[in-house]
Design a protein around this ligand. Structure first.
Ligand SMILES: [Zn+2]
Length: 109
């Protein structure tokens, strides 16, 4: 099993703590573990101008999510309704899960 260095995973609901998207929430659509970055759906959008190509004959503007530093986002606990610190524990069946340090809610389904 792969050891996960980061507590954030794909499809997690997170809140951005720093930068221009501070306070906004979104879903993690991609993890870039090598760079410690995450891409969050519809956040940190950058507009890219593209030249006409075989695929896109007109060219134009593409909106693309830019990665954010993983240290600037925090996992959201559905029970606490806010960003929380996360810890890991083993369940009775040996499964490793993440849980909310505040209310104890298991955050992995
Ligand atoms: Zn909680």
């Amino acid at each position: 099993m792969q050891t996960l260095k980061y507590k954030i995973r794909k499809n997690d609901q997170v809140m951005v703590l720093k930068g221009k998207e501070r306070g906004k929430t979104g879903k993690v659509i991609r993890l870039i573990p090598d760079k410690a970055m995450v891409v969050i759906e519809k956040l940190n959008i950058a507009k890219q101008h593209t030249r006409p190509s075989a695929k896109n004959r007109q060219g134009g503007i593409i909106e693309k999510e830019n990665p954010l530093s993983i240290s600037n986002v925090m996992l959201i606990c559905e029970k606490c309704k806010g960003p929380v610190k996360v810890a890991k524990k083993y369940l009775d069946n040996g499964k490793k899960v993440r849980f909310c340090k505040k209310c104890g809610e298991v955050l992995d389904r």
